[in-house]
Design a protein around this ligand. Sequence first.
Ligand code: ZN
Length: 366
Amino acid sequence: MNNKMKISDFFVQLQQIDFANILMLISPSIIYFTAKKPIESNYKLRKDFKIGGVKTASLPVEVIRKFDDINEEEILKKQFGELIMNFANTVKENIPEINLAIFLNNLNTLGTFIKSFGVSNRIFNRSTAGQYDPKKNAIELSKDTYNLTINHELFHASTTIIDKSTGMIYCGFQQISNKNTQIGKGLNEGYTQYLSEKYFGNNNSLITAYVYEKRIAETLEMIVGKEQMQLFYFNANLSGLVEYLKKYAPEEEIYKFINTLDFSNEHMDDKYLIPSSKEIIKNGFEFINSFLLKTALRKNIIDNTAAQLSTEDVLKSLIPILTLIPETVKSKNNSFQISGDKQIKDAFTSVMSEYELSDDRKTISK
Ligand SMILES: [Zn+2]
């Protein structure tokens, strides 16, 4: 079969859909290369892995914009000054003004340092090449690879604010109260890398950089819409994103999605995963795909103004999402095959059961 087949042929009747076949045709596999992580012997993921009860908080006060514009003269005096100006100009061209308060505040006062990550990378067996330190408002980059990581780190700098009264760090879609209590890292890194490559090209990517998380963040943006997604990200408003999604998914599932992406980000590259641990990670990937499909499906139904919808149209509107969600996730040490057909069928069936289908299953009533 080729891609030019008539898609409507597949949607004549819901029960006749060959989901496995559709998936094979339209969902590309993704490959995830990653940094090496510390070797942990006797490592076993807890079977009862559960959400740690972390909830999001809203910034207690509105972000006050302290600058009218980027101070080019000052920035050009800094190390990497020209690259920072290139970043700033691209962001100003592409991102609406309303999202630029944190960006202006932090970029104008940003510290820049060259750092050798060699020693810590060797000790911890990883390949960090750059980082942003929220407390110092400074980027630290390796002298060999700074051009590959600078835009990613500058996006972190453009989206981070600390609430001084509580010490809570709000960074894009991530919130950190202390090292053990944080939420949203997976989504934040994924979206940060997605924007870096979107606005600055693929050469802004170490082959190690968040390929899986990026794909998931891109899919979520397709559901939420670019404008809304950017508004939440640049204003460090994870709780705003959760509130928005609550129209289309139960709150508990939204938190489970965010936490599962954090969990995957933390563990998918681990060495020596025992089979039951691998299974837990695979189940996480399946949950994430299923959450995205169900949320997209509900949004297509809820946002549609017609009282009666054609089943075929509703399913067809999911195709962009189906082309993005991964079918396979590969890391340096592991490969995970996500069971696409059954899971997609279950997601459809589950959401459809929330609505009324006509006897011939051709229309859905809200
Ligand atoms: Zn990052």
